[in-house]
Design a protein around this ligand. Structure first.
Ligand code: NAD
Ligand code: ZN
Length: 255
């Protein structure tokens, strides 16, 4: 007889094989959330050690607060940016980039603003919430790579018109970029497998993409150390574990 632990390990192995089998037969669409970047040292918003224990999200990442008091909002964003600019992709990002290069992934739809999928080498990345690698001028809409802007005094100002610069991420109260919406809808329409990694799937409208895919007959494979609100209702195959441990195993199985 197997111990309970050995039994769980066997089930896990079987699930990894099964996931690889489903991915092998099609091009998967991947949906990622902040959990995939935890091993790169970027804390998720919700949960222990999250940024929101220190700052109120609705307040500090709201466009209304930003417009009213850009300096106060920038204090938090500078703290995030300082972590993000030094962060490196972890084995989860790297496995996805490899899987795309091998032809198993058609696109990555990400809620993350950290640019780590691109740093890992992924080519087709749809940024649902923009990113903080670029800054946008609230007055003239000019975009600047954040590395080119001096963040020594906050808020940073536009070199062209002296308007206030804002991270080019989608703040609460701002619309999702049209192009990201359209492209992700297209991806969801045609996908047969959606791989959902490290998201609690509570932020709309991205949270409803897995359900849309499922309604169109796609398999939903979810990777997360904790069950999410998708797990019992939408997920067809749940790989319980950390993205940086599970994705390299799926890749190994595909190889
Ligand atoms: P969330 O904070 O709501 O949920 C994080 C999820 O990751 C949880 O379900 C958690 O169980 C899971 N998780 C934790 N560690 C993990 C690991 N090692 N491997 C896999 N999963 C793990 O995050 P969310 O659902 O992405 O939504 C929050 C919003 O905050 C998003 O819109 C995103 O734009 C933004 N955000 C982005 C970043 C980033 O760019 N890295 C960081 C924080 C927040
Ligand atoms: Zn400007």
């Amino acid at each position: 007889m197997f111990s309970q632990e050995e039994g769980q390990e066997l089930v896990f192995r079987k699930n990894i094989k099964e996931a690889a089998e489903r991915i092998r037969n099609t091009k998967a669409v991947v949906l990622t959330g902040s959990g995939i970047s935890v091993a790169s040292g970027i804390m998720p918003f919700r949960g222990k050690g999250g940024l929101w224990e220190k700052y109120d999200p609705e307040e500090m990442a709201s466009i209304h607060t930003f417009r009213r008091n850009p300096r106060a909002a920038w204090v938090m964003h500078k703290e995030i940016y300082d972590v993000v600019k030094e962060a490196l992709p972890n084995p989860a990002h790297l496995s996805l980039a490899r899987m795309e290069a091998m032809g198993y992934i058609s696109s990555i739809i990400t809620q993350n603003v950290d640019g780590l999928h691109q740093k890992a080498g992924s080519k087709t990345v749809i940024e649902f919430h923009g990113n903080i690698i670029k800054l946008i001028c609230l007055d003239c809409s000019k975009l600047y790579p954040a590395v080119e802007i001096d963040l020594g005094s906050l808020p940073p100002l536009c070199p062209a018109c002296k308007g206030v610069l804002k991270p080019d991420a989608v703040f609460f109260g701002e619309p999702i970029p049209r192009e990201a919406l359209d492209r992700s809808q297209e991806e969801v329409q045609q996908c047969q497998v959606m791989l959902v990694v490290g998201t609690s799937a509570v932020v709309e409208p991205v949270a409803s993409l897995p359900r849309l895919a499922k309604n169109r007959g796609a398999d939903i494979i979810e990777i997360n150390p904790q069950p999410s609100q998708l797990t019992s209702s939408v997920t067809t195959l749940f790989l319980q574990g950390k993205a940086e441990e599970v994705l390299p195993k799926v890749l190994e199985e595909l190889n």
